[in-house]
Design a protein around this ligand. Structure first.
Ligand SMILES: [Fe+2]
Length: 450
């Protein structure tokens, strides 16, 4: 690779950091070099296979536990053609069921969240309890066949981890923590449950959901579409680890790319990182290549003073982007002070469209939380089409090519994705999809159980 090797990225020694988020490089499996077929991005047949073998088999992210602390609090979330209600019960446990009235098929609630005593269909006022059981049908004696015999809307598995609420459309799905493994061990130290939801946006994109997942799982595109980030992060010395179904990469931030000359002055974006950490860049006497480690040392020494508890995080986590993908559709940019989470959802009927959810969370200083008497307020949800509003410079850059990628994939001249080693996570992601779609992976667990 034609890049300068002036930056020696110092990383946490796994021996010196045996607890918390594992930092060891995982052994790379041999995933071959085959093309990833283009038709998987636009074929209705493949979309149907994904629905049958992936979306209805895995665990899916539904929402945030903070949105539903009290009995009767609920989240209504949509995935493909389905809509699901996840509801806090009187005993504070969670239950989930399909968001549909058994009478004429009306949806009981629009997407979002709220609090109810029961769910009443707005069409003929069939009424359901918080557990999804029918508790009233007006004029029941006019139904000679009686009430639907099951007496309830079909239930779905649900659970909580990391301050988030999860559900599955697969009644035989493995336990949530088994499915997420090893994410709880890796991500627990960030304590996402302590973070506050700061931004909630959904953008409709004209591309397949996998094109969006792909766009965030490699740093090869940084030199192509984010030239400004070359003075913010190291896009070359990136550790990639793939696990069973999930994967990650670790990107050094607060440094410069080996693709550029080491600047003598502090680049503006790194200046901002230093200020955010509480440092004064004007006072800084080291070299630009020393800043990353010096920011880590400063945050370690001063975190408590600023009301931030970083005790479970290693030094690299104080600056770097630990970026995880939880299969199939959750990407987490985990940082010491914030979490930028993306959820990529397929369109109900069109493989050329998707919904891109951006959820931003922030770690607020501990004192600030305690002093505040204000109740928790989550941000207002914004929904718009690609291009209608900016979603920030970097994400606008990421979004820019996706509609033309989607169009280009239909070309007779494009057989499939020609993947390089910097894009190893894409290869892994598509291998896991293949295992589910063609290998019956999502059915195996249920088969074992029976
Ligand atoms: Fe990007």
């Amino acid at each position: 690779m034609d890049v300068k090797r002036h930056v020696n990225v110092q990383r946490v020694d796994p021996q010196a950091w045996p607890h918390g988020t594992p930092v060891e490089k995982a052994e790379d499996p041999d995933l071959g070099t085959a093309l990833i077929p283009a038709e998987r991005y636009f074929s209705p047949e493949f979309m149907a296979l994904e629905w049958e073998h992936v979306w209805t088999k895995v665990w899916l992210l539904g929402g945030r536990s903070d949105d539903m602390p009290e009995p009767g609090d609920y989240i209504c979330t949509e995935i493909g053609k389905e809509s699901v209600l996840i509801v806090r019960q009187p005993d504070l446990s969670l239950r989930a069921f399909y968001n549909v009235c058994l009478h004429r098929g009306n949806r009981l609630r629009p997407e979002g969240f709220g609090n109810v005593e029961s769910f009443r269909c707005l069409y003929h006022h069939w009424n359901y309890g918080l557990d999804g059981c029918i508790d009233h049908i007006p004029d029941l004696d006019t139904f000679p066949q009686g009430a639907p015999p099951a007496g309830r809307i079909p239930a779905l598995p649900c659970g909580e981890w990391g301050g988030f609420v999860w559900f599955s459309l697969n009644p035989d799905v493995e336990p949530l923590l088994t499915y997420l493994d090893p994410m709880p061990q890796h991500l627990g130290p960030y304590h996402f449950e302590r973070m506050v939801w700061a931004r909630d946006i959904t953008v409709e994109w004209d591309c397949n959901w996998k094109a969006s997942v792909d766009a965030f799982n490699e740093t090869y595109h940084v030199q192509g579409i984010h030239p400004q980030l070359k003075w913010y992060l190291d896009d070359i010395n990136v550790q990639i680890d793939v696990y069973d179904r999930h994967n990650r990469y670790l990107i050094p931030f607060a440094t410069v790319s080996p693709r550029v000359d080491l600047p003598s002055a502090i680049p503006p974006a790194i200046d901002e990182i230093m200020r955010k950490a509480g440092m004064d860049p004007a006072e800084y006497e080291g070299r630009v290549s020393d800043i990353r480690v010096d920011v880590q040392k400063f945050m370690r020494a001063n975190g408590k003073r600023f009301g931030k508890d970083y005790s479970d995080l290693n030094d690299d986590q104080l600056t770097d982007d630990y970026h995880y993908q939880i299969f199939p559709n959750v990407s987490l940019n985990a940082h010491a002070d914030d979490l930028m989470l993306f959820r990529q959802r397929p369109h109900a009927t069109d493989p050329n469209k998707m919904y891109y959810d951006i959820w931003m969370f922030e770690l607020r200083p501990e004192g600030e939380e305690k002093e505040s008497d204000k109740p928790y307020r989550r941000p207002r949800h914004q929904l718009f089409k690609h291009g209608d509003k900016s979603i920030g410079q970097v994400l606008d850059q990421d979004a820019f090519n996706l509609p033309t990628v989607q169009k280009g994939m239909h070309s007779a001249a494009f057989e499939g994705l020609w993947i390089g080693s910097q894009e190893f996570r894409l290869r892994h992601f598509h291998k896991v999809i293949e295992d589910y779609v063609y290998g019956g992976r999502g059915s195996k667990q249920s088969g074992e159980k029976k």
